[in-house]
Design a protein around this ligand. Structure first.
Ligand code: SF4
Ligand code: SF4
Length: 170
């Protein structure tokens, strides 16, 4: 049986994120103009604080609701892991989306999402999965509008954004 559950606490956070959607968008849009290295450094620190507490195996919502954009090195790595030639792997598992990016067929939910939110290709998973919600990215302080959207899917992103708003008071 495939059981992909999200604990009640994370559901509650996503409900709060939905309630706060407009406020988050407005405040991060204002803050997006600052783009300082202090902002970047603090977001990275908030990421570490939040992910020290959040357990992705008790969530799995990005795998269920978002789905990764896949780049060439991801395809090469996953195809090798699956003992397939790159083009065969692409033909079997991938399509290009409206922006011309590679994505998994019929995703979301991701076809590699397994029981209890385990990823069947965890060790070779796409870079986008590893980095989500991108709050450790070098340019995160220039991508706050995207982060506002991710609060609607990722409880950790919502907690990080709350810390940003509380400290920077945009
Ligand atoms: S490849 Fe793994 S980590 Fe990435 S979306 Fe699929 S199940 Fe989640
Ligand atoms: S990255 Fe966010 S949405 Fe994905 S499993 Fe972890 S907490 Fe959930």
């Amino acid at each position: 049986m495939r059981i992909n559950t999200m604990i009640d606490e994370y559901r509650r956070l996503l409900r709060l994120a939905e309630r706060d959607k407009k406020m988050i968008k407005d405040k991060l849009t204002k803050l997006d103009r600052r783009r300082t290295m202090t902002l970047q450094k603090r977001i990275h620190e908030f990421h570490d604080e939040v992910f020290a507490e959040v357990d992705c195996l008790k969530c799995g919502n990005c795998c269920r609701e978002v789905g990764p954009r896949i780049i060439e090195p991801d395809i090469v790595r996953i195809a090798k892991d699956q003992n397939m030639k790159k083009n065969t792997y692409i033909a079997h598992t991938m399509v290009s989306d409206e922006d011309g990016d590679w994505v998994f067929k019929d995703c979301p939910p991701c076809p590699y999402l397994g029981e209890n939110n385990f990823c069947h290709i965890y060790d070779v998973r796409p870079r986008a999965c590893k980095d989500y919600p991108h709050t450790k990215d070098r340019d995160i302080h220039k991508r706050l509008k995207r982060l506002a959207i991710d609060t609607q899917y990722c409880p950790a992103a919502y907690l990080i954004v709350n810390k940003i708003i509380e400290e920077f008071k945009p």
